[in-house]
Design a protein around this ligand. Structure first.
Ligand code: ARG
Length: 409
């Protein structure tokens, strides 16, 4: 009988490298690795591919998923203006369902029984991977080596040395990082004290706002039906557009976020994010919606945005609710076409202008000068009817109070 197989989400780092050996040893199965490029990291995929084979993987896949990540995951999230707890643009959370999908694809192709991830037992990511895998193929079982072995770093290094697994030399990064096209997340180390200001060493993408240029810079972002399509008049595909906005905003120190967040597993944790492109594009998108969405649609959409963010954060991407929300959001974007001007200055991004050929903003209606076309007189009847329930309620209350007073006298 041929051996069982496990497809491991492989980053090339110590945990998942040790995991190759550990899974083979503990599950007596072949290990196939999959490294996914979701952008903005300086990973050498070729090196990672060879490294997995050298450690003992029977096959090693690498996959450039940047476009898929941008169009299938980031874009719906941007259209939803999804921000977890009003702060976090969900970058790490958003990449997990995509990596899970690719793991399941390889597992099905390879006829594997298991997939594996390198998450610990106290984070959100284990939930996101496992719920996503279950949604995509409920027959695939999940192995979580790092959660299972629960070693200290020293114990892990001892295991690595004992099995001839190369251990990274040099100074260890004092933070735990997650990096992709949409954002950079940084936690642990000194950040674990929420009173301590994040040191400059926690930031890699953005310049310190203090050292940002003295002159502001303007960005004009063009959208077609909710999709950002151009920057300063230059049409770009979504990956290139995100990279461009990132570079310009990061140079002005924009997109630093310090967040104590509620994890799905009940813990509060402090994370420092750098999300220059996510911050600027979400701001621009929201601003365009202010002139292109009719009021009722706009207010209803706002009430769903938080729910959408929660679905992503909680690992519920591949669910009927998220898909249904997506259908609504996509429909809502049909008129979200136009341009937004953003001013970047020393860590801040402010919208200073918006325009659209479909704008619902009417100068004739809004103006206080002579051009005013608004029918002021019509307001009287409107208020009489709009305020009627409130007036009737107040009258009944007053009447009842008066009766009580008379009875008491
Ligand atoms: N707290 C964020 C989340 O759960 C980011 C986690 C990223 N991991 C890290 N090691 N910084 O989505």
């Amino acid at each position: 009988m041929s051996k069982q197989k496990c497809v491991l989400a492989y980053s090339g780092g110590l945990d998942t490298t040790v995991a190759i050996h550990w899974i083979k040893e503990n599950y007596d199965c072949d290990v196939v690795t999959l490294a996914v490029d979701v952008g903005a990291n300086d990973k050498d995929l070729d090196y990672i591919q060879k490294k997995a084979l050298a450690i003992g993987a029977t096959a090693s896949y690498v996959h450039d998923a940047k476009r898929e990540y941008a169009y299938e995951y980031i874009l719906p999230t941007l259209m939803a203006n999804a921000i977890y707890e009003s702060k976090y643009y969900l970058s790490a959370a958003l990449s997990r369902p995509l990596i899970s999908k690719l793991l399941v694809d390889v597992a099905q192709k390879e006829g594997a029984d298991f997939v594996a991830h390198g998450c610990t037992g106290k984070g959100n990511d284990q939930v996101r991977f496992e719920v996503s895998v279950a949604a995509l193929d409920p027959n695939i079982k999940v192995i979580a080596p790092v959660r299972d072995w629960a070693w200290s770093r020293e114990e892990e290094i001892d295991y690595a040395i004992k099995h001839n697994i190369p251990v990274p030399v040099g100074k260890e990064n004092p933070f735990s990082l997650d990096v992709n096209l949409w954002g950079r997340s940084c936690e642990a180390g000194v950040l674990e004290d929420p009173w301590t200001e994040a040191p400059e060493a926690a930031f890699e993408w953005t310049v310190s706002p203090q050292n940002a240029p003295e002159q502001p810079e303007y960005l004009e972002i063009g959208f077609e039906q909710g999709v950002p399509v151009s920057v300063n008049g230059e049409c770009l595909d979504l990956v290139a557009l995100i990279e461009k906005v990132h570079a310009i905003a990061a140079a002005h120190g924009v997109g630093r976020i310090d967040h104590v967040e509620n994890r799905l597993v009940g813990i509060k944790s402090r994370e420092v994010y750098e999300m220059p492109a996510a911050h600027v594009l979400t701001l621009a998108h929201k601003e365009l919606e202010t002139i292109t969405l009719p009021r009722e649609l706009h207010h209803f959409k706002l009430s769903l945005e938080q729910k959408y963010a929660e679905q992503i954060y909680f690992g519920l991407w591949f669910t009927p609710l998220r898909k249904s929300l997506d259908a609504f959001i996509k429909e809502s974007q049909k008129t979200v076409t136009g341009s937004v001007r953003i001013k970047l200055y020393k860590g801040t991004a402010v919208c200073v202008g918006r325009k659209s050929r479909l704008t619902l903003y009417s100068y004739d209606l809004a103006t206080y000068d002579k051009a005013d076309k608004f029918d002021h007189k019509a307001s009287k009847g409107f208020i009489d009817i709009f305020g009627l329930p409130t007036k009737v309620f107040a009258a009944v209350q007053k009447n009842a109070e008066e009766k009580e007073t008379v009875a008491a006298d």
